[in-house]
Design a protein around this ligand. Structure first.
Ligand SMILES: Nc1ncnc2c1ncn2[C@@H]1O[C@H](COP(=O)(O)OP(=O)(O)O)[C@@H](O)[C@H]1O
Ligand SMILES: [Mg+2]
Length: 314
């Protein structure tokens, strides 16, 4: 256990956002489990200018979900914290992971990902150029590469002209403020099968949960005004062999992709089924994933043990 000059154990900061000053409810049992292991914690708002991060030996990122509108400020903060503390996960990992263009690095290494068309804001696409990149049939999704909690994400019908126009406006608005945009076919098996989130602790599979489908229709400006994230319906789930195999392969690639010399404290792999029912990677969450402790017995203790081991090792 790290001790300060006055003999007190160093405190651990759990980083959150101003809207959740007491953490997300899912993380409240984590705090209790850490205190039970002798780890004193403070819940600290990541962009609070009055905080002296140097007083914390370790900073654990949790519910910092409001960074998506200012990712640069967030990644600068991670570097600032890392100058005086141990940040979990590290700043270099966060910098790679806050922008979903990381999916291309994994796809290049043979990981099945949701097929995506990427729009670079520097290319100044006009409406027609955007329109020709949408699929002709079925539903499709328009979303920014930097997002969390389904923010700024919409689902559109390819064969309905008004919806295509809305989708063009949506993409244009994101590109207009310098954001990269992703276009994906909506993988409809999500509507019945849902999404599977697989949580890994120190590189080992811990538990899985089912997330219900989230996208009903077009994105409308102001829809999520004042909302940090879209309401999610989580239930326990046993991951299939195919899901476990893919998730383990992704986790196994991270040391090479990120130049790590050991596993990450936490990682969450979000998979959805493609049209044949095979799992494909939707998102790899190494920054601020909900870990869904309440849906898996023992999960909070496994994670608290892992955090305690890191903090104790100094
Ligand atoms: N291509 C897609 N097919 C089906 N559902 C999708 C697709 N893309 C996004 N979604 C839905 O939108 C949600 C949010 O998208 P996601 O890529 O996970 O971004 P975020 O970082 O906001 O969680 C997903 O949980 C899923 O329900
Ligand atoms: Mg997601």
């Amino acid at each position: 256990m790290t001790t300060s000059p006055d003999g007190q154990h160093a405190r651990l900061a759990l980083a959150t956002c101003a809207e959740l000053p007491e953490l997300d409810p899912d993380d409240v049992p984590l705090r209790t489990a850490l205190e039970a292991r002798g780890i004193a914690t403070d819940v600290v708002v990541w962009d609070d200018p009055t905080v002296d991060w140097g007083t914390y030996q370790h900073v654990l990122i949790r519910s910092t979900w409001d960074y998506t509108q200012r990712p640069l400020r967030f990644t600068q903060w991670t570097k600032q914290v890392e100058a005086s503390s141990v940040l979990l996960n590290p700043a270099g990992v966060v910098a790679w992971n806050v922008d979903k263009t990381y999916l291309r690095d994994l796809e290049a290494r043979g990981i099945a990902t949701v097929p995506t068309i990427w729009l670079d804001p520097a290319r100044n696409f006009d409406s027609r150029a955007i329109h020709t990149r949408f699929p002709a049939f079925g539903d499709f999704v328009v979303k920014p590469t930097v997002s969390a909690g389904s923010r700024d994400t919409g689902r559109y019908r390819a064969d309905e002209t008004p919806q295509r126009s809305q989708a063009i406006m949506h993409a244009k608005n994101l590109l207009g403020v310098g954001r990269w945009v992703m276009i994906q076919r909506y993988l409809t098996q999500v509507d019945s099968a849902g999404e599977t989130a697989l949580v890994f602790v120190e590189g080992e599979f811990s538990h899985a949960v089912r997330k219900g489908p989230l996208l009903q229709g077009p994105y409308r400006e102001g829809d999520q005004e004042g909302l940090l994230y879209r309401e999610e319906v989580m239930t326990p789930r046993d991951a299939s062999e195919a899901e476990l195999e893919l998730a383990r392969r992704i986790i196994g690639l991270l040391p090479e992709v990120l130049g790590l010399d050991g596993p990450l404290l936490y990682a969450r792999v979000d998979l959805i089924p493609d049209d044949e029912g095979n799992p494909v990677l939707l998102e790899l969450e190494l920054t601020e994933p909900s870990l869904f402790f309440e849906h898996a017995p023992g999960a909070v203790d496994r994670f608290a043990d892992a955090v305690a081991a890191r903090v104790t090792a100094g």
